[in-house]
Write a protein that binds this ligand. Structure first.
Ligand SMILES: [Zn+2]
Length: 305
């Protein structure tokens, strides 16, 4: 079980005290006079925070390197400084970015923490279903809408004068996410019940929303995600899914590749199964909604063939 996180409501008082101190002494955590500072664990959450905060909010994403694996990231002095100065911290939670929890406690930051997994309510749902939580909640569009709302609330607490603007930005962002949800629903008649293999459950919520059936052996995706090796029999079982025509697509995490995932990608290609790469970080220069639209289009195209 994960430790409980203090919600935004609990942190209101300390945030206010902090602002008062900052104004009186100019020795606050804010990075510059009147500028709010947000630290996000990955540039996915950084992108969402930028959309909600607008140009006046400074956003630092700790992980933005497409070649880095957030599951195995270790923080350095630069990230420690950013967290210590933050007004709002946005993390995935669910064990995904534990390094940020460590930084939050070691720096003693007063920042309001927005934890996407907590906001999602997915932990309780997974527990009730007797399943393990899929922590990749940024592929879950209803959760992303809730995260945007929570970020707006956290920014509004740190900067009450700007609260209306943050809410309006979150509402505009949410309308764009509604468009993605509508696109999922529209695609569903063609994707419902179609078999798929994933090297890691990165886009699991998106596949669920499309009604796709994940036929990946559980031991396979668990081993890949943990960076371990898959037993020869489980690997064989996975490769057989392609040759036997049980799946229409392979969705693989291009950030955690290795000899075994390469073998799986090769086998899928040989069998004429569509191969769709997905990632855990936002590609440079792309915005969250555009990126997800592209992911969704690619997965739908693969499943509909
Ligand atoms: Zn992952």
């Amino acid at each position: 079980m994960r430790p409980a996180r203090l919600g935004p409501a609990v942190l209101t008082v300390s945030s206010l005290l902090f602002l008062i101190t900052a104004c009186g002494s100019s020795q606050g955590g804010t990075s510059a006079e009147g500028t709010l500072s947000v630290v996000a664990s990955t540039n996915v959450y950084g992108g969402i925070a930028s959309a909600v905060g607008g140009p006046g909010v400074e956003v630092t994403s700790i992980i933005d390197d497409p070649s880095a694996d957030p599951h195995s990231f270790e923080a350095n002095a630069r990230t420690q400084l950013a967290v210590s100065k933050a007004d709002v911290v946005v993390e995935n939670g669910g064990g995904y970015d534990d390094f940020l929890d460590t930084l939050i406690s070691s720096t003693g930051t007063d920042a309001t923490v927005v934890n996407a997994v907590d906001v999602s309510g997915r932990s309780a749902a997974a527990e009730a279903a007797g399943e393990q939580l899929n922590e990749h909640v940024w592929y879950d569009f209803p959760t992303v809408e809730k995260v945007a709302g929570a970020i707006a609330a956290a920014l509004g607490k740190a900067d009450p004068g700007g609260a209306g603007g943050y809410s309006a930005n979150a509402a505009a962002f949410t309308r764009r996410i509604d468009g993605l949800i509508a696109a999922e629903e529209q695609a569903r008649p063609a994707t419902q019940g179609v078999g798929v293999v994933v090297t890691e459950p990165v886009p699991g919520y998106l596949l669920d929303a499309l009604g796709a059936v994940d036929r990946t052996p559980r031991e396979f995706s668990a081993a890949i995600e943990e960076g371990g090796d898959v037993s020869p029999s489980v690997l064989r079982q996975t490769l057989d899914l392609f040759s036997s025509g049980q799946v229409s697509a392979l969705v693989y995490n291009e950030q955690t590749t290795g000899p075994q995932t390469d073998q799986v990608v090769d086998a899928a290609k040989r069998a004429g199964v569509a191969v769709v790469p997905v990632a855990e970080t936002l590609p440079a220069g792309e915005d969250y909604v555009a990126w997800m639209q592209r992911n969704l289009d690619a997965v739908v195209a693969a499943l509909s063939t």
